[in-house]
Design a protein around this ligand. Structure first.
Ligand SMILES: [Zn+2]
Length: 116
């Protein structure tokens, strides 16, 4: 007995439909896991079979609004943590971290203008 048969028996949904949903989930997971990131989720225009309230503008993967919320909280948390680490490194060099960060921003901007 394979997973489609098991899910069909448990849910009462016919095997063909379970197989279709299963394949859709696998294809969606492939999109989500293959995304170069970060995902940019926006509210999907219409609902489909799977929990898919939001779709990624980068990879086309779909997730629930609850997953979107947790993903975005994780991103904000990670970015805040990274900023804290950068500020700590800059402080070790004896510079005011905010001033040093502004100087780095200007250097990157100047370098970008010279390259492009
Ligand atoms: Zn994505």
């Amino acid at each position: 007995m394979n997973v489609v048969e098991v899910l069909s028996n448990i849910s009462g949904i016919d095997r063909k439909q379970v197989k279709s949903i299963f394949e859709e989930v696998l294809a969606n997971n492939k999109l989500i896991n293959g995304c170069p990131g970060p995902h940019i989720f926006t509210i999907a225009a219409g609902r489909r079979k799977i929990a898919d309230d939001s779709i990624c503008e980068v990879c086309g993967g779909r997730i629930s609004s609850s997953d979107k919320s947790w993903y975005e909280k994780g991103l904000a948390h990670g970015r805040g943590e990274m900023k804290g680490k950068i500020m700590a490194i800059l402080a070790e060099f004896g510079e005011d971290p905010e001033t040093a960060l502004a100087c780095i921003g200007e250097l990157v901007s100047d370098a970008r203008e010279q390259i492009f």
